[in-house]
Each structure stands twice: as structure tokens, then as C-alpha cells.
Design a binder for this molecule. Structure first.
Ligand code: B1M
Length: 209
């Protein structure tokens, strides 16, 4: 088993082989962080590229993310918190009145696999809940998802609530979801729009660079 093989198993979404390979490497003294950085993450990077190009679809991406998470779960207990490099904290949720979470969950998985700490508030999240979460977790980025045209106004209401709470300047705001556009993002004063999970990771990366 080598890093390339492990990375290929992530790309194939092979949950059992990723777990087996990760265990084998740990038993053979491979440094835990290297397994993540040189084996698991490169596989997920390729998944992100293929998904963005439309060469991979949601169920496959979910399976790859599950395979990767299985490997990470075996390694996490062996690494002290401080050794895990974090690129920053992202609070993410689907806005008030909206229960769609498949796309948002994909964004969460991709962000986590790329080294962000993600606080996922879930679905149907009000502006007030976003404000409390920002006060609590002090994130660098807030991500809002909406799949219904009727819930998109929840995004601008959340931005207004953050302004009123004097928290707007502390965070970058990313929005996404099928009916959302870049024009809407600039209209409501968000910092960016991501059309898919791969782009969301790129956008967050640019925010924290
Ligand atoms: Co609903 N639904 N739905 N639905 N649903 C849509 C969105 C709809 C377009 C279907 C249609 O009519 N053609 C329509 C919305 C119409 C509109 O407003 N324009 C609709 C409707 C009307 C409804 C209900 C009102 C139906 C009813 O009850 N009468 C109801 C509303 C419930 C509510 O939310 N209050 C409803 C319910 C549901 C289900 C519960 C059955 C289910 C959701 C299950 C779940 O999420 N757990 C559901 C589903 C599955 C869909 C469709 C079929 C698929 C959505 C999806 O998951 N796509 C959808 C039709 C469609 O989009 N073709 C539809 C796959 C997912 C990977 O894509 O979410 O776009 P997406 O995410 C992408 C990007 O958008 C982006 O990255 C993701 C990955 O690339 N992205 C972000 C998403 N969030 C992001 C956040 C970011 C960045 C990028 O930064 C923070």
C-alpha cells in the first residue's frame, strides 16, 4: 500500500479499502498526518476537480467523501488537535424556511477535506441563529445555502442582522444554491458566490489567504 493507491481508493469511493489501507499504513509506522495529506486529501482533490467539471455526480461524491471520512476517523484520535492544520473556521447553514441540505452537506464535506473547521448549523436557520453562532465560534467565513427562490431573502436578512450586531466586518460571506447567482450575491452585499462545492472551497481559500 502506498499513498497513490490510498488516494485511488478514495477516488473510487471504496470505503472498505480506504479503511484497510489507512490501518495498514498506521500499523507500518507511516506518519498519521502524511496519510491525510499525501494519501486521502489528494484523492478528494481529484474528486473536487471531476465534480466541478461534471465528470462525477452527487452519489459518487458522497461515497468518496464517506471513504475519506472513514480514513480520517481512524487517524484523528492519534493526532493532537494542535497538530491538525486548520485553514480557518466556516459557519454554514441552509437559511430560514429552507430544508434542502444535500448540496450544503457536499460543501461541508469538501471544506472539511480541505482543512477547514466547519460548524454546520443545519437547515432552517434564522438570521438570529447565524448571529449567535458568529458570536460563539468567531468564524472567518459564513456560508449560506438556499434552494428556494422564496427563501433567498433570508440571505440578505442575515447580512442585515450581522450588520446590526456589528459583526459584518469580522466575516466574509459566501452564498450558494441552485437559484442563487453572482449578481444576487453582489446585490445583497455578500462577498462571494460559489456555483458548486469545488468552487466553494476555492472561494473560502481566497477569503483566508
Ligand atoms: Co425541493 N425544490 N422542495 N426538495 N428539490 C427544488 C429546489 C425545486 C427546484 C424542484 C422543482 O420544482 N423543479 C423547487 C424550487 C423551486 C424554486 O423555488 N425555484 C423545490 C420545491 C418547490 C420544494 C418544495 C416547496 C416542494 C413542496 O413541498 N411543494 C419543498 C420545500 C421544503 C422546504 O425546504 N421548506 C421541497 C422539498 C424537497 C425535499 C425535502 C423532497 C428534497 C430535499 C431533501 C434534502 O435536501 N435533504 C428536495 C429535493 C431533493 C429537490 C431537488 C429535486 C434536488 C435538490 C438537490 O439536492 N440537488 C430540487 C430540484 C433540482 O435542483 N433539480 C428541488 C443536488 C445538490 C447537490 O445540488 O443543492 O444545487 P444543489 O447544491 C449544489 C450547488 O447549488 C452548490 O453546491 C452544491 C454542490 O455542487 N451549493 C452551494 C449549494 N449550497 C451552497 C452553499 C455555498 C456554496 C455552494 O456556500 C455556502
Amino acid at each position: 500500500m502506498d499513498f497513490l493507491e490510498l488516494s485511488d481508493y478514495v477516488l473510487a469511493g471504496n470505503v472498505a479499502k480506504v479503511a484497510e489501507g489507512t490501518k495498514w499504513m498506521l500499523e507500518h509506522g507511516v506518519e498519521p498526518l502524511s496519510i491525510i495529506n499525501e494519501g486521502l486529501i489528494p484523492g478528494m482533490n481529484t474528486v473536487g476537480v471531476l465534480f466541478k467539471k461534471g465528470d462525477m455526480f452527487v452519489p459518487e461524491v458522497m461515497r468518496c467523501a464517506k471513504a475519506m471520512s472513514g480514513g480520517v476517523a481512524l487517524i484523528k484520535p492519534l493526532i493532537a488537535e494542535r497538530d491538525i492544520p486548520s485553514r480557518g473556521t466556516v459557519i454554514i447553514a441552509t437559511v430560514r424556511g429552507d430544508l434542502h441540505d444535500i448540496g450544503k452537506n457536499l460543501v461541508v464535506m469538501m471544506l472539511e477535506s480541505q482543512g477547514f473547521r466547519v460548524v454546520d448549523l443545519g437547515v432552517n436557520i434564522s438570521p438570529e441563529q447565524f448571529v449567535s453562532a458568529v458570536e460563539k465560534h468567531q468564524p472567518q467565513v459564513i456560508g449560506m445555502s438556499a434552494l428556494l427562490t422564496t427563501t433567498m431573502p433570508g440571505m440578505s436578512e442575515t447580512i442585515k442582522a450581522l450588520e446590526e450586531a456589528k459583526l459584518r466586518d469580522q466575516v466574509k460571506i459566501m452564498i450558494g444554491g441552485a437559484p442563487v447567482t453572482a449578481a444576487f450575491a453582489s446585490q445583497i452585499g455578500a462577498d462571494g458566490y460559489a456555483p458548486d462545492a469545488g468552487s466553494a472551497v476555492e472561494l473560502c481559500g481566497s477569503f483566508v489567504a
